[in-house]
Design a protein around this ligand. Structure first.
Ligand SMILES: Nc1ncnc2c1ncn2[C@@H]1O[C@H](COP(=O)(O)OP(=O)(O)OP(=O)(O)O)[C@@H](O)[C@H]1O
Ligand SMILES: [Mg+2]
Length: 376
């Protein structure tokens, strides 16, 4: 990955290298401080703020400086404990399958004992880890064996479990307790739990009656500071012989509500025009982005009732909204009975379509908000 050159410095998917990664110095220090001092971390934020990329960046630093071995696990596709364990086993296998003598025998034996089958994909030639014909060992047992394997490594192992809120949807009632037990059994492993459902992550780790209560350090990933982002944007335009004025970078930041993904997307498109940025080109990019997402927005509208959709639209058009229960808000947008509005709003906030911060309500998806604002 080192010194990999790209045709557009504004990356819109994943982490490429530090060169194209804006800021996050404090957060990287913070993660290193926690990991070096035996503390586990929970990383959460609003959507698309950069959690996964921060983990990737942090892990690439740890690996490069030989400080630790890292393991990244994404639980997004998992629907139950068995699939979660499979994801962990697969990540371990991918990481450690190659030793100087080829496949690691101990690892293969251990996975087979747990009920996994290792086969070779005839297309790619790479080994595949699947649940075999035999039933998987009970979750606690499997996790214990996988944990022991990792704990025996000479180097410190740091494991990131992304989209961790997924476990709250598992039908296995004790998923939280099982993971908490796992964490406690292996104090030598460092864990970073990350999740894109902010509220769920917060409550899992800060409610008194939950297994993970006060067991980890919470890191709420905030937007990158506007000035830092502005400098990063200007630097990359300038390095390629193009000019973008400070007031334009500020405008992008505000329009994107500081959300990393949206800023990257706007800048990627502007950069793609290969000319100095003007008011007109900026507006053109905003319009183009919203236009491209239109189908996704229509899809949202089908999933919601008329009242929910009307409330969502009203929230977007009143951004930043402080009093969604007020008569003034309800009658301005003709939303009907206050109780119906309250029910709709509750559904929208539970699903994090609408979110609340510092007494302000807003439509979580920035682009959807911008589109709803435009639709009059
Ligand atoms: N510090 C950064 N500098 C530049 N680009 C970044 C940075 N952080 C994230 N990005 C870009 O922003 C986008 C969103 O980042 P990422 O997927 O890491 O966010 P996330 O918080 O994990 O999102 P989700 O809530 O969907 O899981 C990606 O396209 C990534 O390339
Ligand atoms: Mg992510």
């Amino acid at each position: 990955m080192k010194n990999k050159s790209v045709s557009n410095p504004f990356i819109v998917s994943g982490f490429v290298s530090k060169k194209y990664f804006c800021d996050r110095e404090t957060e990287l220090d913070h993660l290193l401080d926690n990991v070096s001092n035996g503390r586990n971390v929970v990383l959460y934020s609003w959507r698309r703020m950069g959690k996964t990329s921060l983990i990737r960046c942090f892990f690439s630093q740890l690996e490069r400086t030989n400080k630790a071995e890292t393991l990244y696990i994404d639980l997004m596709p998992s629907r139950n404990m068995e699939e979660a364990i499979q994801a962990i086993a697969r990540a371990i296998h991918n990481k450690y399958k190659r030793t100087t003598r080829g496949l690691s025998e101990n690892l293969v034996r251990m996975l087979a004992q747990l009920g996994f089958s290792i086969s070779f994909d005839p297309m790619s030639g790479y080994p595949k880890v699947e649940v075999g014909l035999n039933q998987l060992a009970p979750p606690e047992h499997s996790l214990q064996a996988l944990g022991q394997f990792l704990a025996k490594r000479k180097k410190q192992v740091v494991i990131a479990i992304d989209e961790f809120q997924q476990i709250t949807h598992y039908p296995d009632v004790s998923a939280e307790a099982v993971f908490r037990g796992w964490m406690q059994s292996f104090p030598q492993l460092r864990l970073i739990f990350s999740g894109s459902h902010r509220k769920m992550m917060q409550s899992m780790f800060s409610e008194q009656n939950r297994p993970f209560y006060k067991s980890t350090q919470l890191l709420d990933l905030k937007p990158i500071r506007s000035e830092n982002y502005g400098r990063f944007i200007q630097k990359h335009f300038l390095a390629n012989g193009m000019v973008i004025e400070k007031h334009h970078t500020k405008d992008i930041y505000l329009w994107s509500r500081g959300q990393t993904y949206t800023i990257q997307l706007v800048c990627n498109k502007l950069f793609g025009m290969r000319r100095d940025v003007t008011d007109t080109s900026l507006k053109q990019v905003y319009d183009e982005i919203i236009e491209q997402e239109k189908h996704v927005f229509f899809h949202y509208s089908k999933l919601l009732t008329n009242t929910q959709w009307a409330v969502l639209k009203a929230v977007a058009q009143s951004e930043p909204l402080t009093q969604p229960q007020s008569q003034e808000f309800i009658s301005r947008y003709r939303l009907g009975a206050a109780s119906t509005v309250a029910t709709a709003l509750k559904m929208l906030t539970d699903k994090e379509l609408v979110v609340q911060e510092d007494d302000h309500y807003f439509v979580h998806d920035v682009l959807l908000a911008r589109w709803l604002q435009k639709t009059g």
